[in-house]
Design a protein around this ligand. Structure first.
Ligand SMILES: [Zn+2]
Length: 371
């Protein structure tokens, strides 16, 4: 199999999608999790948790930490499809841990910046997994704002034990489609001034004046399906119809399942995205000494190998942003890192898609197995 890296100039192979030999694994079986609590490093600490796969074969290839985005929870990687990424990783011999960091809607809504997670959540999650497994190092699969915040931890040298990172959708260069780029400051300046959080659950039950106004705005502009939560996520996270996936890529059960898999997201998060959009790169809010404000201002304090991936139809974060992050790392260590676009996929359907186990997961398993 050829290693994929981005050559100079346009390369049609980058758009070719993933065609990989499937890993030597058994057919999918139900994946069983245990919940392992951990405490963040702030004072007083927050009580968060990790979902740890305990079914499947005895792990032989070390721990993999998965981190989801905002507005969701660890369970977002376990849609009701025939196979899931945690299941496939587990069957391939990895010890799979999924973080419910402070963005998880399993916890009470709170206002936070990515900085808080980069300093207090992710290093604590890494330490918990290493302590529980006895491993010296681990690999990571990080998505969306789990990726941006984990990139901050990595850049700042807060998680030196991480050796390989598969980063999906966005990393150091959040780039938005034009309409979403224009909508972002508008949303922060209007709804953001009167509500501390947005919540796609308002599509099912909006209580209070502003949530009702927000829901009205969604109903007035989104007619692409009959799933109110699906439409709210599209309105909240960009300008697509839908934004986070293609309807064609989701089976009916998964499209229905997402109704229960989206919750609060604090407006502070959109404030930070607005700052990143203005600067054209990932920026911290400058509240912690541990983090640089400009993530590109110093050499990355990590020895990890990076696998940057995104759907070529991504309408949440443009693939050109991920290409830019790849170029940044490729310039530091030419040929070491990888950039892969998944043909026909968007932002989140790389994990939820009806054919993701065929088109996407084998690529991730393969890359995690390379080091
Ligand atoms: Zn829908």
């Amino acid at each position: 199999m050829m290693r994929r890296s981005r050559p100079a100039g346009p390369d049609p192979a980058r758009l070719g999608g993933a065609k990989f030999a499937p890993p030597p694994v058994r057919a999918a079986e139900p994946v069983v999790f245990e919940t392992v609590p951990f405490r963040t490093t702030e004072s007083p600490p927050r009580e968060l948790n990790l979902r740890h796969v305990v079914s499947g074969p005895r792990p032989s290839r070390g721990p993999v930490l998965m981190i989801a985005g905002t507005s969701v929870r660890a369970n977002i990687f376990s849609p009701p499809t025939e196979d899931t990424l945690p299941g496939m990783l587990s069957r391939a011999g990895f010890d799979v841990w999924i973080s419910n960091w402070r963005a998880s809607f399993e916890f009470a809504p709170s206002r936070f910046y990515l900085d808080d997670a980069a300093v207090h959540d992710h290093p604590a999650a890494v330490a918990t997994v290493l302590a529980a497994t006895g491993a010296q190092t681990l690999k990571a699969v990080v998505h969306c704002q789990g990726s941006t915040s984990f990139m901050m931890s990595l850049i700042a040298g807060l998680v030196p034990e991480v050796t390989t990172v598969v980063s999906n959708s966005v990393a150091l260069h959040p780039q938005f489609p034009t309409l979403a780029f224009l909508k972002l400051p508008l949303a922060v300046a209007t709804f953001g001034k009167v509500m501390p959080y947005f919540n796609p659950q308002w599509g099912l039950h909006a209580s209070g004046f502003w949530p009702k106004v927000f829901d009205w705005a969604v109903r007035a502009t989104h007619h692409e399906c009959n799933n109110a939560v699906c439409k709210h996520t599209s309105f909240t996270y960009g300008s697509g119809f839908p934004t986070l996936w293609s309807h064609e890529n989701l089976d009916e059960a998964t499209h229905e399942w997402i109704k229960g898999e989206f919750g609060f997201v604090p407006v502070t998060f959109f404030e930070q995205m607005e700052k990143c959009a203005l600067h054209g790169k990932l920026m911290s809010m400058g509240v912690y000494d541990e983090l640089p404000e400009d993530m590109l201002a110093q050499p990355p304090q990590t020895g990890a190998r990076f696998v940057f991936m995104t759907g070529d139809q991504n309408r949440t974060f443009l693939p050109s942003g991920m290409a830019k992050t790849f170029d940044y790392f490729d310039a530091i260590a030419p040929g070491r890192h990888v950039f892969q676009q998944m043909a026909g996929y968007g932002h989140l359907d790389v994990f939820l898609g009806r054919h993701a186990a065929r088109d996407v997961f084998p690529f991730i398993v393969d890359e995690l197995g390379r080091d």
